[in-house]
Design a protein around this ligand. Structure first.
Ligand SMILES: Nc1ncnc2c1ncn2[C@@H]1O[C@H](COP(=O)(O)OP(=O)(O)OP(=O)(O)O)[C@@H](O)[C@H]1O
Ligand SMILES: [Mg+2]
Length: 266
């Protein structure tokens, strides 16, 4: 029997908080860990994944599958430097809202696709409830400021309502000395578990080189944080009974997330 992929949606209420950057590098990190990964850019407006990678994928895009009879396997773009598969966003600047029935069909196809992980980069805003039942995990992105944190907390409430597993990723930690304090985050999010990703200049270098940060310097602070996120997801698959034999157990040393969390929650 074909296994079902573990489907992760990266979401944020506010734009520009790092969804595409983290989705891409998480996908690369999981690919390096020998998982078969499909990365989907469902942002029809900015198609920034193609821009970040410097690729042109004519006829192999989100809108080529959505609302058509094209199967996932016939529209995959293979990112050759590593064994990573993509469904890029289309670059026609279309602003049409996807029809609910098309979304259901598309996510149904994703849920049957032969991958270990499907990672979906989404446009800013609340995702539709039609797709909720196809998701295994929602990674809610925010930056450590009150505007982004308050707005993204709506997504956490939405996930609670639909009993969807979710986590908060606080990106660009350390960027400003005006980052939120512990009490503020607790007040906004309650007890949602969160993970931190630091501000790092490797991300700007990666944009300039059109190459994922994880493929430039795995030991940068940003990539160490991404690696820890990838390990967490790898453990999820193991818990679901998959038989990946790699060593994904957590070490007893505090992780970068935990160190940052202590700093952040001081
Ligand atoms: N950890 C980080 N360190 C430094 N720069 C970062 C980091 N994360 C993201 N950035 C930068 O922030 C900007 C926005 O990132 P990104 O495009 O990934 O956000 P997004 O949430 O996908 O945006 P949109 O909502 O427009 O799709 C980019 O210039 C990116 O390089
Ligand atoms: Mg984006």
């Amino acid at each position: 029997m074909a296994k079902k992929p573990y489907v992760i949606l990266l979401a944020s209420q506010k734009g520009g908080v790092g969804k595409t950057t983290i989705a891409l590098n998480l996908a690369v990190a999981l690919t390096y860990k020998k998982f078969k990964v499909l990365l989907v850019d469902s942002d029809t407006e900015s198609a920034s994944l193609s821009e970040q990678l410097g690729i042109k994928a004519e006829g192999k895009g989100y809108l080529d599958i959505l609302g058509t009879n094209t199967e996932i396997g016939d529209a995959l773009f293979s990112y050759e430097p590593i064994d990573l598969y993509l469904i890029p966003g289309n670059q026609d600047g279309s602003r049409t809202m996807p029809k609910p029935e098309h979304l259901v069909k598309f996510y149904g196809k994703l849920a049957r696709a032969d991958f270990d992980f499907v990672i979906i980069d989404s446009p800013p805003g609340l995702f539709s409830n039609e797709i909720a039942r196809y998701l295994n995990d929602v990674a809610i992105l925010t930056t450590p400021d009150s505007v982004s944190s308050s707005s993204s907390s709506k997504i956490a409430q939405y996930c609670q309502k639909f009993k969807l597993e979710h986590r908060l990723i606080i990106n660009r930690m350390g960027y400003s000395k005006f980052d939120l304090e512990r009490e503020e985050v607790e007040r906004i999010y309650g007890d949602v578990s969160f993970q931190a990703v630091p501000e790092d200049k490797i991300v700007a270098e990666s944009l300039m080189k059109h190459k994922p940060a994880y493929m430039i310097d795995k030991n940068s602070d940003f990539c160490i944080a991404i690696d820890e996120l990838a390990r967490d997801y790898a453990l999820k698959i193991r818990q679901q009974g998959d038989t990946h034999e790699e060593e994904f157990e957590r070490s007893t040393e505090p992780t970068l997330f935990e160190k940052l969390a202590k700093w952040f929650l001081k």
